[in-house]
Design a protein around this ligand. Sequence first.
Ligand code: PEP
Ligand code: MG
Length: 554
Amino acid sequence: MEISLYPKVSLPNKFMGLAINSGKSFGHVCLYASNHHQAVVPHDLVNDTEVAEEIARLDVALKECSQDLDRIVLEVSEHVGEAEGSIFTAQKHILNDPAIIAAITLGVRTEKKNLEYILDRVFDGYEEKFAKLDNEYFRERSTDIGEMRRRLLDKLYNTRPGFICQGQHDCSRGKDRIIVAEELTAEMMVHMKLESLLGIVTERGGITSHAAIIARSMGIPAVSGVRGVYSQVQCGTRILVDGDAGMVLLNPDAEIVAAAIPKEPQISENICYLETPAGMEVLANASLVEDAHQAAFTHADGIGLFRTEILFMRAQRRLTLEEQSAMYRDVLSIMKHKPVTFRMLDVGGDKELPFLRIEKETNPYLGWRGARFLLGSPDIFETQIRALLRQTNEHIVRILFPMVIDSKQMQELLAFVRAIMATENVRSENVRIGAMFEVPSACLDADAIFKSIDFASIGSNDLIQYIFAVDRNNDLVSQDYNPDHPILWKVLQDLANSAKQHKKPLSICGEMAGRPDAAAKLCDIGITSFSVSPRLVNRVRNEISRYCSRGITI
Ligand code: PEP
Ligand code: MG
């Protein structure tokens, strides 16, 4: 269990939060402050000229904020990715929402109060309305509304958010920085020099917030929901961020840091990449087209898990056949002729796609999700399959089904794909179909499933969740989320044996594949293919090489 890494830490120095992005980092706190503009003072406007002046100020502020956002869109698109850039386009739409502008203008005209006061009240109203919505996704959009309020008030008061430690004695800006902020906002991500950023810790902000998505796509360890941390640290405080356990440690001992973050080669242009030992594979996990560049850069042997639902989440709408087809084509061509496994849309649980209008469920983790959702949504299923099959003229296309529950359901999925193959111009010899093993019932039915598929992948993140009935996102029960549990290892061993018996490739793509020392144990049970976060590819390859050089053949 990850927690045992930190035996000596006394409680006041340890904070728990939500694991937003995996990885561990150690550095110095850099405090980031947003202006809250909490006390916006009202004053009366004495005549129509003053009213007109306030409306004119609103026009100017809106124009300037829009220009700022245009610049940010360009900056982020260039340095992070186009999809991330589009987050700020969406914020610009909020900023220029005619209903909001009309409400502010009307408020100034009828109440004859200053612009700041009316604007603050109108945005507060919208933010509150969104924050109360049932749907998590929309709730998190209230952060965007709050950000637009802050942005406009900053403009009107001529203030700026920023780092408060600049110029102080302990300031470590520019190196080993771990940003600590009250709220994780997309704005914050743009203001910081990304190259020197080692981690992010915030008091608020959820898993699907935009900034969380950016942190993930950049591979920065991040923990949010860490209540009370902001007031406990100062600029320069030494801090360890554990984005796997959702934990933050202040001023940890050197041994704790050394145990948590073993020295590993940094990914750089000059690194000497080892060859993956014969018969083994180290692949990268990816979610966006841009991630494929990172996978190629780390010399991964391919992409073992492309989480296609993130493309939909980013677009905030259904993607058309043509759009999907173009994205899949781009990923395949970036990876040249290395294998790419596209996981079919995996919605449900914590992965909500509000535009699909799935009814609210009492227990979404056991509800309308994964393969079950695909079979029940034939139009979405069909469009995605067609978009993938279109690539078969030039590439081998590997299609992976999430949350498969048994061989009967696998047969239904296969029948659906085959029916579409019969109507498309498909090179069927280039199609490979696989199943994820992440539901216990599928593991118990592995022999029958292996008979009908070409390959499989172990989704250990969910497998652990379902074997032990422990929510993978809930830090209150994290002591039961145990990747070292012998029962889990028995299940993994049985899967590896079954794959071998049926001569079918089996990979592991959950987070545990990238844990330090997991590679050797997984090799021991006969797993030969690992799919991990791109920044872990080289380290895992090193571990496997070391394992193989001990003269052990798998
Ligand atoms: C898993 O469950 O292990 C997995 C890889 O899928 P996800 O984390 O996207 O659910
Ligand atoms: Mg899963």
